[in-house]
Ligand binder design. Structure first.
Ligand SMILES: Nc1ncnc2c1ncn2[C@@H]1O[C@H](COP(=O)(O)OP(=O)(O)OP(=O)(O)O)[C@@H](O)[C@H]1O
Ligand SMILES: [Mg+2]
Length: 221
């Protein structure tokens, strides 16, 4: 995948727009685990949202696994969003649904050729939560909720997993487990990982680290 000349700014009341992502170029081999580091406000989340097509670029090109993301709309955009996984900083689980139903939620509107519940159970087992399928999020710890969120992000077998500070609100031991899980996915399924993180230990465990500052990207290695 690659990004070329990607820019995103937000209007500010009564002033010049704020440039959140400024002319970013990045090229990644499939199956690479990349840490995206940088101070608060440097543009990490915005960049992930652009790659995940949650927000639209002002300028530039993003291509992921053969899809020219920046040119997609309508059905093809929806199809692209189903090919990638997004793990949010604060889990974003649906509170009224069980762990199993949360994992299945992205598939609910679609007709698929496999058993949705069976796949969701497999994923919960993979993240070590086979015995908590019936639990509501409020009955799960932070680390368990994040593992449900990761299982949910994997239900469509994404080629790319975008994780926005997936360990940010967890203690360091639980955070290490989550990173182990993400790296195992990369090893077993060749999923490309982009992990926004403030944690230098996590960055060191990835194949590559890229650093953002004031919307600009600098590669560290
Ligand atoms: N929807 C928005 N409207 C206006 N400004 C925004 C919006 N989203 C982000 N910004 C601004 O863009 C800049 C980059 O924000 P972003 O959330 O991408 O930073 P970040 O690196 O993820 O920070 P953190 O480490 O705190 O999560 C910030 O100055 C932020 O205030
Ligand atoms: Mg952020």
């Amino acid at each position: 995948m690659f990004l070329k000349g990607v820019r995103k700014s937000f209007p500010l009341p009564g002033g010049a727009p704020l440039v959140a992502v400024n002319d970013v170029d990045l090229s990644l081999d499939a199956g690479t685990a990349v840490a995206l580091t940088g101070p608060s406000g440097s543009g990490k989340s915005t960049l992930l949202h652009l790659i995940g097509a949650i927000e639209k670029c002002d300028e530039g090109v993003i291509e992921v696994a053969g899809d020219r993301v920046t040119g997609l709309s309508g059905r093809s955009l929806a199809a692209y969003r189903r090919r990638i996984g997004f793990v949010f900083q604060r889990f974003h689980l649906l509170p009224a649904l069980t762990a199993l139903d949360n994992v299945m939620a992205p598939l609910i509107p679609f007709r698929v050729e496999f058993d949705k519940a069976a796949r969701a159970r497999e994923l919960l087992a993979m993240v070590g939560l086979a015995d908590r399928a019936a639990a509501l999020p409020s009955r799960l710890s932070g680390g368990q909720q994040q593992r449900v969120a990761i299982a949910r992000a994997l239900i469509n077998q994404p080629v790319l997993l975008l994780a926005d500070e997936p360990t940010g609100s967890l203690d360091s031991h639980t955070g290490t487990d989550i990173v182990d899980l993400l790296l195992r996915l990369r090893d077993e399924h060749g999923t490309t990982l982009i992990i926004a993180t403030h944690d230098a230990d996590i960055a060191a465990r990835c194949d590559r680290a890229v650093h953002m500052r004031d919307g600009c990207l600098t590669s560290l290695d």
